[in-house]
Design a protein around this ligand. Structure first.
Ligand code: SAH
Length: 470
């Protein structure tokens, strides 16, 4: 039973009908299914209090039965589901939005209608610093004069003295984007500041900031621990956003290089470095893949590559260049376990081994899950060395038919045998299902290269037949 009256219509929380414990085990199982073949998956870190964690709340405005409503768009539609309080949103932000709706009604301000393109108030966006207590309200409106602007702002501040800044953003376009190009500060500084892992970050209306501050600290601390910094390392923070992870790592690193595509985020990152007096960090604006290719072409090296890409995962160019830059450790933070599995597949065929996988529940009640993975470069003689070929992100169709875990599970069930990934790889190679060089070519004299025992081979062949791979 869902605790939320909006559950069916809103669509924001896909797992509302599960207890929190169930949600965590659902996510844990998902990660094991997708990533369990790489290494042991640690237990997901959930929240003690999984409610009202969202520090950024936005509402759309419209009319229903002659009354102004505010809420969220029903998924894939432009119908507004009226929501006054939400289980996962910040409660202060929700109360401010209700006040704005009441004020707008009494000021006879019309909501913007994106079909007729008439009206004024389009969205409200509230961001709150949970630690700093600072609150930013962004009123997204059509262009034109703001009716009774001064009295409106004073009335809002009178009801909510906790608001530290108010910004008007103008969006006249026929677009599903919330924010338009132009902004104007109506009260305060136009941004808020927030503390994270002992540092201060500036958050402006458009800048990206993780939406669950408590779990962000958990996530970043995990990434930090995995990076194993001792003070001298050269760290690359790829897909760095406003520089948060890199800045936090800079305290324990020799040098940090951040790269990010969004130029506003890079600007914020540079400001954040100055705000925290960090001088051993540089930020570059551009595609992370291209940047890494250039670094690799220049023969540059890195000790640790930290990567936190969007849902699409890292580009192939990026991954190939990581291998060339040859860091001892790669720390991969991912919001999409599917693309993470694909990218780990590549890196583990190219001389890296996943040694730690830590899921973190950043988004309770939703299906999303964040994962931090530590990959370490193989180099000791008992490990199998790798040839660097560069064309391997796509699996062959035969390989894609069953994962190693599925084959292992089948063999266990039908032959009672425990087989390793190496055993499977050897059999795959024997049957012409191209297996990557790392499993079968031992280059070093001391490499251990055990042969797959006959009975295991037969059992694996049975499994591969069952999965129609041969
Ligand atoms: N590490 C940051 C941001 C992660 S979100 C944090 O924790 O806050 C992913 C970031 O990747 C976004 O800021 C997005 O703008 C950026 N991005 C997307 N495509 C990119 C690309 N091709 N090259 C570099 N950065 C990219």
């Amino acid at each position: 039973m869902s605790q939320c009256p909006h559950y069916k219509k809103c669509g924001g929380c896909q797992l509302q009908n599960m207890t929190y414990e169930k949600q965590l085990s659902f996510k844990q199982v998902k990660i094991i299914r997708l990533l369990g073949r790489f290494c042991h998956v640690d237990e997901i870190i959930g929240m003690d209090e999984p409610f009202h964690y969202r520090n950024k709340v936005q509402a759309a405005f419209g009319m229903k039965n002659g009354k102004m409503i505010s809420g969220v768009y029903q998924s894939s539609t432009h119908n507004i589901v009226p929501v006054d309080d939400c289980l996962i949103e910040d409660e202060v932000a929700d109360r401010i939005i209700v006040t704005i709706r009441k004020l707008a009604t009494s000021f006879k301000m019309k909501p913007f209608n994106d079909v007729t393109m008439k009206g004024f108030l389009r969205h409200v966006l509230v961001k709150r610093g949970f630690l700093s207590g600072q609150v930013m309200v962004v009123l997204v409106t059509a262009s034109g004069a703001f009716p009774s602007q001064r009295s409106f702002i004073n009335a809002l501040l009178g009801k909510h003295p906790e608001i530290t800044t108010i910004v008007r953003n103008i969006n006249d376009k026929h677009t599903s984007l919330v924010l338009g190009e132009r902004s104007e500060t109506l009260f305060g500084s136009g941004y808020i500041e927030e503390q994270l892992c002992g540092m201060t970050f500036r958050i402006s209306p458009k800048s990206f900031y993780q939406i669950n501050p408590k779990q962000t600290e958990v996530l970043y601390n995990t990434a930090m621990e995995f990076a194993g910094l001792t003070g001298s390392e050269r760290v690359i923070d790829a897909y760095c956003g406003t520089g948060t992870i890199g800045l936090i790592m800079s305290k324990n690193a020799g040098e940090v290089i951040g790269v990010e595509l969004n130029k506003d985020a890079v600007k914020d990152a540079k400001n954040n470095a100055a705000l925290n007096n960090v001088s051993n960090i540089q930020f570059f604006c551009g595609d992370a893949g291209r940047f890494m290719v250039e670094m690799a072409e220049m023969g540059e090296k890195a000790d640790v590559v930290m990567t936190d890409p969007p849902r699409a995962g890292c580009s192939l160019d990026f991954l190939k260049s990581v291998v060339k830059l040859s860091p001892k450790r790669v720390v991969y933070v991912s919001c999409n376990p599917e693309t993470l599995a694909r990218d780990l597949g590549f890196l583990t065929r190219k001389g890296y081994k996943a040694v730690k996988i830590q899921p973190v529940d950043m988004f309770p009640f939703t299906e999303h899950v964040e994962t931090v993975v530590l990959l370490s470069k193989l180099k000791s003689p008992q490990h199998i060395e790798v040839e660097l070929k560069t064309d391997e992100l796509d699996l062959t169709s035969a390989e894609s038919k069953a994962t190693y875990d599925e084959i292992k599970a089948y063999v266990k069930e039908h032959a009672g045998l425990t087989v390793s990934s190496l055993n499977i790889a050897q059999v795959k190679q024997k049957y012409g299902i191209i297996e990557r060089e790392n499993y079968n070519k031992a280059k070093s004299k001391n490499s251990r290269q055990p042969k797959c025992p006959k009975e295991k081979e037969e059992a694996i062949v049975e499994a591969m037949k069952f999965f129609k791979m041969i």
